[in-house]
Design a protein. Structure first.
Length: 279
């Protein structure tokens, strides 16, 4: 049986935005043809679990990862049913990306959730699970009960620290937000879009502080914070950041393209970077 270590074989994944008209299903098939290693579905866009199944059915070989399913939104029984259905239909294609609760005592609740996945028939094995993890305790849990971790809004220095905590064998995927635009003011404004929301979530704020950003950096979304967490510029600048994460220990870097106005959207970015990233 393949395990999550299969992610190690393909260094570049892509975040696929879900569209109401299902146009993303054709995009998923194109991403597979372009040679990307994994399709990641942003958790906030998964309003029901059939969204995941549709992308698996629209492709033939590429792994499809939920990035991530919140344990507050989707219960362990329904996640286990989805895993079982997809295993029967397309074995070893679905990567169960999970995120813990933001509520107090969330780690205990997450352990209970994982116990339910372990006890399901069939079980959802640890080697097919990946945890959204930023801080040391979550990374410890990712090492112990998952195949590894996926991180978001982190620096290459954080990637190096995460690799140290996870150890050499665990999978580490880094979700890298990017803007393919060399106009600094315009690119930074696009980058600040998701940051305005995510910088209000305690887990991200705590990790920004661990990475050395000041309270002013965080509250004002300073240029320094934007530039270190969201890479922008031409293709060479983006590829350079990808290589930095790889050198720091990432098994896979996930391209999460942001755009506004005439900036290249996610599928166009994937087309432009597929060749250079393969070199």
């Amino acid at each position: 049986m393949e395990s999550m270590s299969e992610l190690r074989r393909g260094p570049i994944g892509v975040a696929l935005n879900v569209s109401a008209d299902d146009a993303h299903l054709d995009e998923a098939a194109e991403l597979e043809k372009l040679g990307y290693s994994t399709i990641w579905l942003p958790g906030g866009q998964i309003d029901n679990l059939d969204t995941v199944a549709k992308v698996v059915r629209a492709t033939t070989r590429i792994p499809v990862a939920s990035g991530i399913l919140s344990s507050d939104v989707f219960g362990p029984d329904e996640v286990a049913r989805l895993y079982a259905d997809l295993q029967a239909m397309e074995p070893e294609r679905f990567v169960v990306g999970l995120g813990g609760s933001q509520k107090p005592k969330s780690l205990r609740a997450l352990h209970d959730y994982l116990d339910r996945l372990d006890a399901a028939d069939p079980p959802v094995p640890a080697e097919r699970r990946i945890l959204a993890a930023l801080g040391p305790r979550k990374l410890d849990l990712a090492r112990a009960r998952f195949a590894g971790a996926v991180t978001l809004l982190v620096t290459p220095a954080h990637t190096r620290d995460a690799r140290r905590i996870l150890g050499a064998r665990a999978t580490l995927a880094v979700d890298q937000m990017l803007v393919l635009d060399s106009d600094a003011e315009r690119a930074r404004e696009t980058a600040r879009g998701p940051l305005r929301f995510l910088s209000q979530i305690p887990g991200y704020v705590a990790n920004f502080e661990r990475m050395g950003f000041s309270s002013a950096d965080i509250s004002e979304l300073s240029d320094r914070l934007v530039d270190e967490l969201v890479v922008w510029g031409d293709a060479d600048a983006i590829i350079a950041r990808v290589r930095q994460h790889q050198a720091a220990g990432a098994n896979q870097v996930v391209l999460s393209a942001l755009s506004d106005g005439d900036q290249p959207g996610p599928i166009e970015v994937a087309r432009r970077l597929a060749g250079p990233l393969a070199e």
